[in-house]
Design a protein around this ligand. Structure first.
Ligand code: G3P
Ligand code: MG
Length: 245
């Protein structure tokens, strides 16, 4: 029986694995997160031209690989031929962009939980959510706690229809005035915001309304303590080692 993500959620979640310490959204980053004691990681999923789910943050491969162009216009073979490690450090040369299935396997092998952010290329929200939903239906182990999240409400609603038992988080950089309406519309269980915009009053309002509150991307220890003191449920950080210590 699957424990829900929130039942097992630690207060520190690794961002894109442990992306301050290893190249983001790679197997090396997931292993590094586990090695330093992270119990949960956030990763970004998008889809390829041939309908595979891969772990990548940007719409294009330019920043984090030796290739160029949109992920959505590349086949899985093309994606797999890219070096996703050297941009970070020569130590990680040859690191590949992982598939969702590969990421799930690593997360499970370390008994971590997973915050899977659906990152659709604009205009490709529904196909992305459907492909990710289908893959999770087929491959998600029953004992792996998952929280789905997205900046895109349409993606959350689409995947929520396919996997209603998985909790969902709505992402926004700011705290939108109409956050309650958006959370209802997304049928979300949590709000995830960028820490610069988070105030004590906002945390109280969101928590009083019965939602979980996660905050990204917090790399300063004093700020993390303040947010957690205010009642934030978890912070998402590039440096889980710093926060865990
Ligand atoms: O899910 C939290 C955070 O990852 C959202 O922003 O741009 O880092 O995916 P981004
Ligand atoms: Mg993300």
């Amino acid at each position: 029986m699957r424990a829900t993500f929130f039942e097992t959620m630690p207060r520190i979640v690794g961002h894109r694995g442990a992306c301050g310490l290893a190249p983001e959204n790679t197997r090396a980053s997931f292993h590094k997160a586990a090695e330093i004691g992270t119990r949960s990681i956030e990763i970004d999923v998008m889809v390829t031209a041939d309908d595979h789910c891969v772990i990548c943050h940007d719409m294009s491969v330019d920043r984090c690989t030796n290739g160029k162009g949109p992920v959505l216009l590349k086949s899985l073979n093309e994606i797999k031929s890219l070096d996703a490690g050297s941009w970070f450090s020569s130590e990680y040369k040859g690191e590949q962009i992982p598939t969702l299935a590969e990421a799930i396997e690593i997360v499970r092998s370390h008994e971590m939980s997973l915050n899977l952010e659906i990152k659709p290329t604009d205009g490709w929200q529904v196909p992305t959510a459907k492909l990710v939903g289908q893959e999770l239906k087929e491959k998600l182990p029953s004992d792996l706690p998952v929280l789905l999240s997205s900046f895109n409400i349409e993606a959350l609603v689409t995947i929520g229809d396919m996997l209603p038992h998985l909790p969902r988080g709505y992402l926004a950089d700011t705290i939108p005035d109409e956050w309650e309406r958006r959370l209802r519309e997304a049928r979300a269980d949590s709000l995830h915001c960028s820490h610069e915009f988070v105030t004590e009053d906002a945390v109280k309002a969101v928590k009083d309304a019965g939602y979980r509150f996660l905050v990204f991307t917090v790399n300063d220890i004093e700020r993390a303590k303040q947010l957690l003191d205010w009642g934030v449920d978890a912070i998402i950080t590039d440096f889980p080692d710093r926060m865990l210590s």
